[in-house]
Design a protein around this ligand. Sequence first.
Ligand code: IVH
Length: 712
Amino acid sequence: MYSPERTKQLQASTTQFLKTQKTLSTGDVELLRDVLRFHEYRYYILDEPLVSDFEYDQLFKALEKLEADHPELVSPTSPTQRVAKGLTKDFPTVSHLVPMLSLQNSYDAEDLNDWDRKCREASGLPAVQYCVEPKYDGASISVIYENDVLVRAATRGNGVQGDEITTNIRQIRSVPLTARFSDYGIAQIEIRGEVLMNKNNFTKYNEQLAAQHLAPFANPRNAASGSLRIKDPQEVKRRNLEAFFYHVSYYTTTGGLRMSVDGNTRPENFAPAQVHPALTTHGGTLQMLWDLGFRSPMRERQVFDGIEGVIAFCPVAEAGRDNMLYEVDGMVIKVNDIQLQEKLGMTSHHPRWAVAYKFQARQATSKLLKVEFNVGRTGAVTPVAKIEPVSVSGVTVSSISLFNEDVVKEKGILIGDTVLVERAGDVIPYIVKPLTELRTGSEQEIPFPRQCPACNDELTKPENEAVWRCVNVNCRAQVLERMIHFVSKDAMDIRSLGEANIRKFFELGFLVNIPSIYTLPYDKIGELEGFGPKSVGNLKAAIEQSKTQPLYRLIFALGIRYVGETTAKTLAGAVSHLLEFRNYSLEQLQQLEDVGVKVANSIYLFFSNDDNLHVLQELEQLGLNFSNTVTHSTTGDLQNLTFMFTGSLPTLKRSDAETMVEEKGGSVLGSVSSKLNFLVVGEDAGSKLEKAKKIQSIRIINEEEFIRMMKE
Ligand code: IVH
């Protein structure tokens, strides 16, 4: 995609732009876009970035600013234009250029040999060349580029027609908005691919959902396909989706030819001599897509002469399945020669030139024996299914969370049901559905408690929430769970004090609340079975050590509702001492990155509660680190404050005023939103001022006040 020469050039331009971003001119805009596209490619396709996130952001902001100052320069293919504003109204139905067929399946060497025999017979060759690549388990899409520009993306739908989801697909950074198909003589092209959420992002995303007591997605496939038709493109962007492209279904050449090996009615027969050599083999097509900046299975694909190599390779690929970053449910074997593909043709369901080799299912069936109810650290009561132990892809499963009552009702699960259980890789197991055909009539409704199973207090269910909750903060189950969370790996990380020890010490009355972790009676612990002087010493040292953990860990460990690790980091970065949050207003909290109304409310309530403040004071006296020692606070005075200028300022040049803000550690925003702290208003201020007036938290100041602020 980028030659070493071009890489050097773009890297040199990067350095230049980073140095001179304040003085960019309109003539820089295309090069700056190319530089950003290059870094997106390095990051999203190659996973080998050449600049830091911070530097990328600086370049991106510079382009945003240039385009804001010169709206006539904005183009739909600019890297700034992925992000759509507002909500998508609907997803119109569109027809694919050729139908999206599915694949025939195979499960073993015998199936593959049968398929190979048919390919050999049709080709008249002794051995056929095959290209083997992963079968991605996501949501399939088709995209169309015209004259090198992405013009349309659609879901598979019924194969003939799908939903137009261009705006959402533009949020996926690994999908190029432009690609030089014209270099290959292509005018219009339709490409198939798979939208995926990688396993790491999936786990993180589910953790966020779980923190909000929303039902997590069962697997990355559901997370990806559930994301395609979301009306808020910003939300699509937040989900960090990715896309792989593995098939060209149709194209027209700049010379006016129409080519397709898909669909029952082929516009024209394939003639290799008339097209670019890359388009004569499947491997060549993958290479072309890769070279044009797409993710294609270039690194994963293998080419074999004859089926024997394929048969040997598939089980090896299956064995490596769990090490892949993406969910893969099989391999796809494709005839490599496109002319032979065309000769083999297709049935009404699938092409004859490709076959899927399916990996072992990750599902099993078992019987639902009973449902127990766990009380979490926030009082949420979660139903947990106890099933007859069953092995699912090598792991014995006997206990499965059912998330909440709505999920159970929606699935219609009854006690005694035979249930389908799925467990994908390291993803937590879940119940797909009950097998209602196998019911005997003796199945029973799941009784949901209205009293807390731990403390017997009445449970409550706030409107708009799916979860029943015990609101007794002294409920024993919650106190215990809060301590388990406090010491956990991502929180205070006190390894010697694992869950089992917490439970034991709680039973014995050594632990009663979080501060008691720091006043454990080590003499009594030393008398317990299994606790020699060495393990007591280790325990004591680990607990002492945890007092110096960075502030964000403590904030996360406190278990404030909706405050996950990311928000904890934001919070820690905003203060120099934890107790400063006592003086934060709801509005101030909402100014923080990614803190919305719900999260702000929860933090505000936490720091207004006397019991919580008492616990915090105790912890501080016990010597825990409450200070933010990260460098942020030592930089400018305007750290975390945002500014915007509108109208012409009486004395200052706008660019100088912006530099003043940035030099003091503040940032300049491109639009009015609740993230803005100060709008500096000059003469003839227009719509921005009107908009800012509607957002109470924005302070509107004039140049004089601004200069005074800078001097202070
Ligand atoms: S080729 C005309 N290649 O699997 C054939 N499909 O069960 C086009 N899939 O609908 C499909 N990875 O969504 C192909 N490397 C791959 C694939 C792949 C995943 C999906 C695709 C297709 C489904 C068929």
